[in-house]
Design a protein around this ligand. Structure first.
Ligand code: SF4
Length: 356
């Protein structure tokens, strides 16, 4: 095993320098703030999606001080559409901790980084490796796949025993590598290899620098590794969303900070049609005056939400917004902190030409 381990990191470095990604906007900087932002955005999100968000975010919040000084409401629109909104709330919280406890100087040591909100051990190691070359190994989803296949590690990767085995190997790979190992290229290389070569489904082993000694290639078990997580039946929920249009404005409400779409703006939402009907009757408007639109499903990581939108135009009774509600006009869709399915509904309404 130690023979396989001793050349592991170097082979990845050589491959990364020749074939890996070199021109992503967060590469070639050692600014931990910029690296941190890219790492958080890239969690559960593809590079192609992150590119536009990253640039817009940095234009508005070029330094950690700018981010810390902003209100959370100002930050959310720059995240809207990326999903996993707890990340955006933690991002903001983390900037404030850096500002208050570290005098606005972003830490670069992995052990310190891992104590900050929203930064796990793998993200902490990546920031430390990219910013100061710390010899700290990473272990994200892509890297787990490479390690499981190369070293022949069985067992679902969310299990503590499997995860410990993977982290131990990751530490050994760094410990056995030469003292002058290019940590930035090694870290990026593992990410690139997992995303571009040792991908899910059928990996491109013919292009892989780890062919020699790869357990999965040798035993033809690439599709068996990593061991899949046992499939649980995904929970399903449904809700009714109300598009309450008054003139050229549509009612939205601020969601509580916790729970799905925490802190974002959304359409008034009801668990059942009966609750929606009750609300509308309370406004002196029968539900029959609303147009029921086609149901669609939004998939979260842990459940499916079936959404039925109801659209009512120019109700006779004028609605007075409560403190957590406000009116949105059509110009504000692009900049408001709306979750993706709400943007989709409102863009559908815009397309009818009956909201301008
Ligand atoms: S040889 Fe194939 S299975 Fe093994 S690490 Fe490379 S791409 Fe993955």
């Amino acid at each position: 095993m130690s023979v396989l381990l001793s050349t592991f990191a170097e082979r990845i470095v050589h491959w990364q320098l020749d074939h890996g990604r070199q021109h992503l906007p967060w590469q070639h900087t050692t600014d931990p703030y910029r690296i941190w932002l890219s790492e958080i955005m890239l969690q559960q999100t593809q590079v192609s999606t992150v590119l536009g968000y990253y640039e817009r975010f940095l234009n508005r919040f070029p330094t950690v001080q700018d981010l810390a000084a902003a209100e959370q409401d100002e930050v959310m629109p720059y995240w809207a559409g990326l999903g996993y909104y707890a990340r955006a709330r933690n991002l903001h919280k983390c900037a404030q901790v850096v500002q208050n406890q570290y005098q606005g100087r972003f830490p670069t040591q992995s052990q310190v980084l891992a104590t900050l909100p929203g930064i796990g051990p793998s993200t902490a190691a990546a920031i430390a490796a990219f910013s100061v070359g710390e010899r700290a190994p990473i272990m994200d989803g892509n890297v787990k796949r490479v390690f499981c296949r190369y070293f022949g590690i069985y067992g679902a990767t969310h299990l503590r025993a499997t995860e410990k085995q993977l982290w131990d190997l990751a530490h050994q790979a760094v410990a056995l590598a030469p003292a002058d190992l290019n940590m930035s290229a090694y870290t990026q290389g593992q990410m690139d290899l997992g995303a571009q070569v040792c991908s899910r489904g059928q990996p491109a082993c013919e292009r892989c620098p780890l062919q020699t000694g790869c357990f999965a290639l040798e035993h033809h078990v690439q599709t068996e590794l990593p061991t899949p997580k046992p499939r649980l039946k995904q929970a399903e929920r449904s809700c009714q969303m109300l598009i309450w249009q008054q003139g050229n404005r549509i009612l939205v409400e601020q969601r509580p900070d916790t729970g799905i779409w925490g802190g974002m703006l959304s359409l008034p939402q009801f668990d059942t049609p009966a609750q929606l009907e009750q609300f509308m009757l309370g406004q002196g408007t029968p539900v029959s005056s609303a147009q029921k639109m086609a149901e669609f499903t939004h998939v979260f990581s842990h459940f499916k939400l079936h959404i039925t939108p109801w659209w009512i135009q120019a109700p006779a009774a004028l609605y007075e917004p409560k403190p957590d509600e406000l009116w949105l006009d059509s110009q504000q869709i692009a900049t408001a902190a709306l979750p993706a399915p709400v943007t989709k509904i409102l863009e559908g309404i815009l397309a009818t030409g009956l909201w301008d």
